[in-house]
Design a protein around this ligand. Sequence first.
Ligand SMILES: Cc1cc2nc3c(=O)[nH]c(=O)nc-3n(C[C@H](O)[C@H](O)[C@H](O)COP(=O)(O)OP(=O)(O)OC[C@H]3O[C@@H](n4cnc5c(N)ncnc54)[C@H](O)[C@@H]3O)c2cc1C
Ligand SMILES: NC(=O)c1ccc[n+]([C@@H]2O[C@H](COP(=O)([O-])OP(=O)(O)OC[C@H]3O[C@@H](n4cnc5c(N)ncnc54)[C@H](O)[C@@H]3O)[C@@H](O)[C@H]2O)c1
Length: 471
Amino acid sequence: MERIECDLCIIGAGSGGLSVAAGAAQMGASVVLIEGHEMGGDCLNYGCVPSKALIAAGKHAQAMQDGAAFGITPVNPQIDYAAAKDHVARAIATIAPHDSQERFEGFGIRVIRDWARFTSPREVVAGDATVRARRFVIATGSGPFVPSIPGLTDVPYHTNETIFALRERPEHLIVIGGGPIGMEMAQAHKRLGCKVTVIEAQKAMGKDDPELAAILLDRLRGEGIEVLEETAAERVDAEGDRITVHTSGGAVSGTHLLVAVGRRVNLDRLELDAAGVAHTPKGVTVDAGLRSSNRRIYAIGDAAGGMQFTHVAGYHAGVVIRSILFGLPAKARTDHIPWVTYCDPELAQVGLTEAQARKAHGARLEVVRFAYDQNDRAVAEGKTTGLIKVMVVKGRPVGASIVGAQAGELIALWALVIANRLKMSAVANMVAPYPTLGEIGKRAAGAYFSPRLFENETVKRVVRLVQRVLP
Ligand SMILES: Cc1cc2nc3c(=O)[nH]c(=O)nc-3n(C[C@H](O)[C@H](O)[C@H](O)COP(=O)(O)OP(=O)(O)OC[C@H]3O[C@@H](n4cnc5c(N)ncnc54)[C@H](O)[C@@H]3O)c2cc1C
Ligand SMILES: NC(=O)c1ccc[n+]([C@@H]2O[C@H](COP(=O)([O-])OP(=O)(O)OC[C@H]3O[C@@H](n4cnc5c(N)ncnc54)[C@H](O)[C@@H]3O)[C@@H](O)[C@H]2O)c1
């Protein structure tokens, strides 16, 4: 058995682990990185990258049917589902070198390709190596949660780990779960020529603002996706090539089934008890600095049990690097983290939703709104379905929600504002280029100040006075 001593041992080479490894090694730490499966983790191989690539294919197919208003005769596109999957595979392959073992070895990192498990509070075993490190980072991510629906394990079903490798186009895809995975995959598949039914036990896109989620759901239903809400999947069976999901509202039969009902953190293999690391089914128990009950061991990304996004894993990496490399205090915030669901229209959020802000701030909350159909660029592009809401307390935004074209790009402004606790006046002071969708943010700030300026008797009195004395 080889023995390795190092400053920092990172378990998991996904979005979080790779960011810690690259940063720490380039700043002089000796680093061991352990990965049991694919370099790049979920995001590259089974998550963000393949899903966005498939969504892009669906968008092209949709555009061919949407041109009538612009004088372009709609055509029924010939869809080669397998070729769309080739695009998905190419997108992964193009990005993969960035996350590769060779690149990380180039930083001087020792990369071990095996599953890691703790054998003591300071040691991990992976393959035939024992690694003793001053600090450890658990960045083992999550996998699909498969619920114990009777019959499910007896039928062929897909998760995010298998759907992107599927080559035959599903004739009728049934999706269990109306969260971001379910809805992104539902729309992509509908646009690529599949019949799609989504079965959601509660409300689809239930973590987002319901008013904005309803605008997205209207579009999805308008495109022909059947979305059954408050309908729990209760039993599954199969006969021949038909799969039937029995629900509280009746039975749905299709040819393929995708299970997308949330995530299960990857902690099983780690033998955390040997290291004295407290954990729950949600993840490793961490403090505000992402430290576990064993002070030498940190957890980041999905494994830390909070928000499950690639940019959160990357943000966590920066927090723990500060603490591990420089011994500086560092805390992970959550109030400034944005998230986006990349359906069409996109649905984006940062900070508090209106309901959360009302609960937290009561009567001090002001909500300003601006609709896409008032934006000249949106009119020119024919993308007038959309809305921004900004939740403001004492002149400072505490949340922003956007549904509409490029909402994911537009939310970045509000992520900056909230991260830096800027005021609405900072947004109002910005000159946005005309005509851009970006003016929507500025107009929301305008909606905040307009009543203060235009419906204000003091302002009117001052203006009348100044006009009398000016030469
Ligand atoms: C379909 C889908 C779409 C998504 N789309 C987006 C999106 O658009 N935007 C976004 O921000 N987020 C998205 N996400 C979420 C995002 O993929 C995750 O939040 C992100 O990958 C988490 O990063 P991580 O580093 O915590 O874990 P991961 O990227 O999952 O990496 C963990 C790594 O640890 C390895 N590992 C686990 N256990 C061990 C062990 N014992 N020993 C060694 N290695 C181990 C795993 O093999 C894996 O490679 C999506 C997720 C899915 C499933
Ligand atoms: N664009 C993005 O950033 C993006 C995209 C995909 C995934 N992700 C990440 O991955 C996470 C997991 O996504 P997800 O969509 O799997 O999970 P989710 O928890 O967000 O949504 C799962 C949905 O399944 C429903 N559900 C649970 N059991 C059910 C049952 N038996 N029958 C019917 N419905 C049931 C839940 O009510 C919920 O609405 C997300 O929360 C997010 O963090 C992000």
